[in-house]
Ligand binder design. Structure first.
Ligand code: AMP
Length: 182
């Protein structure tokens, strides 16, 4: 569950116990992983940020890119820890400058996400962060945006992976680091 290297100096925290399950939210049949209870706990928050960032701490990362809105909560502090910049990936109509967009599949219908065209330069080393990997559709779309801008994706980190949904199978060969698996 945790990287061994992170267990040496700080007490091991049971992060799963800090996440609250909300059955039937936002609709029947979904068990929503509520991370507000984890964010509320200073030790659990700090430990989560360390665990998300640890695979990249010896890498030279230009930018951390995250998906709104819960991805932003982790993306910015991780960018700061890695001495990297931050790139927001947002719903269409939210970013003020020139953007590119990609479509992705939802359970019913499609959605879009967008990135500023000048946020990533060709060859920049990028890590992608989100709170949770479910079916993988959102992360796949984020990968496509970074690939269109010719960013070099070094890896993907998520706090929670719902392994039974097999989202990682959609994401090609990029290294995927998930802190907590269900
Ligand atoms: P997906 O595209 O199916 O991988 O969904 C990932 C996005 O939806 C993430 O940004 C999550 O924030 C959100 N999400 C999907 N399923 C859940 C869940 N069970 N609990 C909390 N958030 C979820």
């Amino acid at each position: 569950m945790m990287e061994q290297s992170k267990q040496s100096n700080i007490e091991i925290i049971d992060l799963k116990s800090k996440i609250r399950d909300i059955p039937d939210f936002p609709k029947k049949g979904i068990v929503f992983k509520d991370i507000t209870t984890l964010l509320n706990d200073s030790e659990a928050l700090s430990y989560s940020l360390d665990a998300l960032a640890v695979p990249y701490k010896n890498e030279s990362i230009h930018h951390v890119a995250s998906i709104e809105s819960r991805g932003f909560i982790f993306g910015v502090p991780i960018a700061d820890r890695l001495k990297a910049g931050f790139v927001p990936i947002r719903k269409p109509g939210k970013l003020p400058y020139k953007t590119i967009e990609v479509n992705y599949e939802l359970e019913y219908g499609t959605d879009k996400i967008a990135i500023h065209t000048d946020a990533i330069k060709p060859g920049d080393s990028i890590i992608l962060i989100d709170d949770l990997l479910a079916t993988g559709g959102t992360m796949k779309a984020a990968i496509e945006l970074v690939e269109k801008l010719e960013g070099n994706i070094i890896g993907i980190s998520v706090l929670i992976e719902l392994s039974f949904l097999k989202g990682r199978d959609l994401l090609g060969d990029y290294p995927i680091h998930s802190v907590l698996k269900y």
